[in-house]
Design a binder for this molecule. Structure first.
Ligand code: NDP
Ligand code: MG
Length: 388
C-alpha cells in the first residue's frame, strides 16, 4: 500500500489523480490533500478519500474546512505554506503528486525532493525556476523523480531504462517535443490583440487549469517544457526540438543515433501519465480508453512559427542564457498571464512584458534558494511596474 500526498488536489491534475487512485483502493491510500481556496471541493474530496491531513491556504479557510469536516474529526486540518512542506515530507507519506500551479508549488515540491520521496512532478514551474538546485536535491536524497507532464512522461517511456541524464551515453540524439499549437495555431496574426481570456483558455485538445491553458495559447507552456526537458533529461537546448502536432496523439518522441525514433501515443488524457508514474515500473488501468488510430486517420507535423509564438523563443533564450534567466522568465510570465486573465493587458502584451523584464534585469548565478526567491521577487516587481 502506498500512501500519497496530492499537493493541489482540487485542480485539474489533482482531480485526475484522485480518479486514478479511486480505481485502485488496494494499492493506494491518501495521506494528505491540499487546496488553496476551493474549500467546499476539498471537503468533498476529504469525505470520500479520508486523508490523515488536509491543508488550505489561510486560517479562515481552515476554519471553514473544519466545519465542513465535522463528521470526520480524525482528519487534521492545517493551513499555510509550512503545512504544505510538512505533508510533502512527512515520514508517513511515500509519494507526492506535485500539482500546485506556478511558483507557489516550489517550496513543497522541493521539500518532497529533499525528503527522498517518490516525486510525481506536474508543477513544471518549480523545476524551471530552480533547475540545478532541484536536481541536486533529488540526487542528494535519493528521491525518485517521475514526470507527469504528458510530453516528459512520453519521453521518459521512450528512453532506455538505465538512462541517467546523459543523452550521448546511450545513443540519444534528440528529443522531439510535440505541441498541439493551442487555440491560435492558424488565427490571423493581425487579430491576436483581440484575443479574450475565454478564447485563450479554450484549448482544442486538453482540459486544464487557467494558467497552463493561457501558457498553451502563447506556447510559453512549450517553452517551459523545453527547459523542463533540459533538467529532467540532461539534453542541451540544441537537442530539444519542438514539433507542432495538432492531433495531440503522439505525446513526444526520442530520436536515436541509429535513425530510430521512438514515440509514445495515446488519447489526450492526463490520467495516462498519472497512472504510469504512480505505478512505475508496473502498469495499472487509468480509465483512459484505447487509442483507435483508424478513427483519428491522419497525424500532422510542422515547425513552430516563432513570429506567431514569441514566448517559445524567449524560453529558448532563457535556457541558453542560464543562471537566473529561467527564474525571471517564469516569474514574469506568471504575473503577465494573471494580468491578462484579469483583463488588465492584451494577449500580445504577455510576450512583450516578459521580454522587457528579461532585458532589464541583470543575470546572475543562482546558487541557493534565497537567491532564487530574490530573483523571482525582482522579476515580479519589474513586470508589475511595467504594467502599472
Ligand atoms: P489548476 O489551476 O487546475 O489547479 C491548481 C491547484 O493548485 C489547485 O488545487 C489550487 O487550489 C492549488 N493552488 C493554487 N494556488 C495555490 C497557492 N498559492 N498555494 C497552494 N496551492 C495553490 O492547475 P492544473 O491542475 O492545470 O496544473 C497544475 C500544475 O500541473 C501546473 O504546474 C501545470 O503546469 C501542470 N500541468 C498541468 C496539466 C493539465 O493537464 N492540467 C498538464 C501538464 C502539467 P484551489 O483549487 O483551492 O485554487
Ligand atoms: Mg505538457
Amino acid at each position: 500500500m502506498q500512501n500519497i500526498t496530492i499537493l493541489g488536489s482540487t485542480g485539474s491534475i489533482g482531480m485526475s489523480t484522485l480518479d486514478v487512485l479511486a480505481r485502485h483502493p488496494e494499492r493506494y491510500s491518501v495521506y494528505a490533500l491540499t487546496a488553496h481556496s476551493r474549500v467546499e471541493q476539498l471537503a468533498e474530496q476529504c469525505l470520500k478519500f479520508k486523508p490523515q491531513v488536509a491543508v488550505v491556504g489561510s486560517a479562515d479557510a481552515a476554519l471553514r474546512l473544519s466545519r465542513l469536516l465535522q463528521e470526520a474529526p480524525q482528519i487534521e486540518v492545517l493551513h499555510g505554506a509550512e503545512a504544505l512542506c510538512q505533508v510533502a515530507s512527512a515520514p508517513a507519506c511515500d509519494a507526492v503528486m506535485a500539482a500546485i500551479v506556478g511558483a507557489a508549488g516550489l517550496a513543497s515540491t522541493l521539500a518532497a525532493a529533499k525528503a527522498g520521496k517518490k516525486v510525481l512532478l506536474a508543477n513544471k514551474e518549480a523545476l524551471v525556476m530552480s533547475g540545478q538546485l532541484f536536481i541536486d536535491a533529488v540526487k542528494q536524497s535519493g528521491a525518485v523523480l517521475l514526470p507527469i507532464d504528458s510530453e516528459h512522461n512520453a519521453i521518459f517511456q521512450c528512453l532506455p531504462h538505465n538512462y541517467d541524464r546523459s543523452p550521448a551515453a546511450l545513443g540519444v540524439e534528440k528529443i522531439l517535443l510535440t505541441a498541439s499549437g493551442g487555440p491560435f495555431l492558424t488565427r490571423p496574426l493581425d487579430t491576436m490583440d483581440a484575443v479574450t481570456p475565454a478564447q485563450a483558455i479554450a484549448h482544442p485538445k486538453w482540459v486544464m487549469g487557467r494558467k497552463i491553458s493561457v501558457d498553451s495559447a502563447t506556447m510559453m507552456n512549450k517553452g517551459l517544457e523545453v527547459i523542463e526537458a533540459h533538467w529532467l533529461f540532461g539534453a542541451a537546448a540544441s537537442q530539444i526540438e519542438v514539433v507542432i502536432h495538432p492531433q495531440s496523439v503522439i505525446h513526444s518522441m526520442v530520436s536515436y543515433i541509429d535513425g530510430s525514433v521512438l514515440a509514445q501515443l495515446g488519447n489526450p488524457d492526463m490520467r495516462t501519465p498519472i497512472a504510469h508514474a504512480l505505478a512505475y515500473p508496473e502498469r495499472i488501468a487509468s480509465g483512459v480508453g484505447a487509442l483507435d488510430l483508424t478513427v483519428i486517420g491522419q497525424l500532422q507535423f510542422s515547425r513552430p512559427d516563432l513570429q506567431r509564438f514569441p514566448c517559445l523563443k524567449l524560453a529558448y533564450d532563457a535556457l541558453l542564457a542560464g543562471g537566473s534567466a529561467a527564474t525571471i522568465l517564469n516569474a514574469a510570465n506568471e504575473v503577465a498571464v494573471q494580468a491578462f486573465l484579469d483583463e488588465k493587458i492584451g494577449f500580445g502584451m504577455i510576450a512583450q512584458l516578459i521580454a522587457r523584464t528579461m532585458d532589464s534585469l541583470p543575470l546572475c548565478a543562482v546558487t541557493d534558494i534565497e537567491m532564487l526567491l530574490e530573483q523571482d521577487r525582482l522579476a515580479r516587481q519589474t513586470v508589475n511596474a511595467l504594467i502599472s
